[in-house]
Design a protein around this ligand. Sequence first.
Ligand SMILES: [Mg+2]
Length: 235
Amino acid sequence: MLKTLQKVHKLPRSTHKSSIGVSGNKLLRIGIDIDNTVSDSYTDYLKVYNKKLGVNIQYHEIEDFYTLGKRYGVDFNKLNLIFQNCLVDQKFQISFKAYQDAVSIIQKWNTYGHLIHYITGRPHTIKKITRKWLEINGLMFENTTLDLIHMKRFGQDADFKKETVERLGISIMIEDMREIVNAIGIPAILLDRPWNQGKTTANVKRVSSWEEIDKIVDDLVSKIGDLETYPELPV
Ligand SMILES: [Mg+2]
């Protein structure tokens, strides 16, 4: 079945083939991380850490979330235990606030016909609650996929995300982790955060807002080709 793209998205033809989705379809498959990209997760984790550890770490001080304990003299195992408990706390996981500018832009992309693929370093054991959070916040659509990491298969998030963007034929990835965008080898947008400062590879564009991301995606689309119709794809 063919679906007509909205006139607002009428596009000039180009030869930018690297951004064409799988099966040669001229549309964007947009890969999106969840935590701290569409979900304001660290804000809530930090509240729990500060309360349980009796410290007062500020968001802008987070240089590396997973080694916070080292910097603040807190034992890693103690911090990791709090983190693991938070991961399986469904009430906690469902309570994260979504960045509203991200929500409205992703919803707009969906109406344009782009395919949305969430690729998160969360363990696959919390897929159900993660999907529920996406649904509650208006971020799941027809053909949207959700991939979480199988810890036994992948030693690092970057390996998992690299393989997943290749498997899905992702055109562009939106992330907050520098080691991931530097490793995946496809066009990537890095949302500027306190913990991702430093050098990035040539495929990466650092931005400070979702408004900037929207403009980059528009620009990328304008280079792809004339998209009057496209087939709906199986996922
Ligand atoms: Mg993230």
